[in-house]
Design a protein around this ligand. Sequence first.
Ligand SMILES: [Zn+2]
Length: 304
Amino acid sequence: MPDAERKYENLTACFVALICVLSTAQEADSFDLGDDARASFASKKYPADLPSRAIGTATCGCLAGGKELRSDSPYWQIMRPSRNRIWAHPSLIGYIERLGPRAAKVGWPGLLIGDLSMARGGPMPSGHASHQRGTDVDIWLTPAPRHSLSEKARETLNAASVLKIDTAELDLSIWTPAHADFVRAAAQDENVARVFVTPAIKKYLCACKDKNAADTNWLRRIRPWEGHDDHIHVRLKCPEKDPCVEQEAPPEGDGCGEELRQWLAKTAADPPYKSKAVEENPLKEPFALNKMPAECIDVLNAYP
Ligand SMILES: [Zn+2]
């Protein structure tokens, strides 16, 4: 064998040996059932190199083969990119790609996208109880500007509440018919299971619904929930064939009757009304990975 080739062979052998050492080190670093679930999932910056699957429930689950939502499109901009909560099941990426042009058509200039999921889903150390399996996204109720926001602006701009200060009522100097059209468009997609909004938004949508319209399914999907006054939270149905646990469907009907009345009474009597105050992570106590679906350990331990 010529010298040059022998050198190449030796180098290749060294390289292979190095890879073996590195992968052994990686295995030694594997997660087990007793590890803290939030810290374990938060430590993974890249998705599991596995086929895409949404696993478990939105509040106790994880994401295999997550896909990154690209940071810019003519139709959306990602906010708080430093959080690295930009990962989703492909069905959610597809939803955002459909919603962008549809929202533009009804006069909403662009989507400001908040949190999706962490790289492998799972429970977040802060901010949400759900968003764990790549099927949930927050979209701001602030329309996007025409220009591309700077990195600094994406980290520092705040979403504006649509509620009047210190009330649970819509501020009609902020809330516009375009807001309503945007929320309707977000809920009209057949893949949507729920859209969480502050109860005053549901009240507005109920008041202006077309009484003759045959399709009120979208209104049924709009779910009043405290917080959600500066963003909407969209949850998709489980992707077909995934080991994903579907939440019970919202009650029959458009949800504009007694249930809404109860929510309005509850929120009116229960300050604070706003997302910043309400949306603290209720998962305060540490909990171990053994509380999660077994497949989530494989997701954590998968390459890379
Ligand atoms: Zn959310």
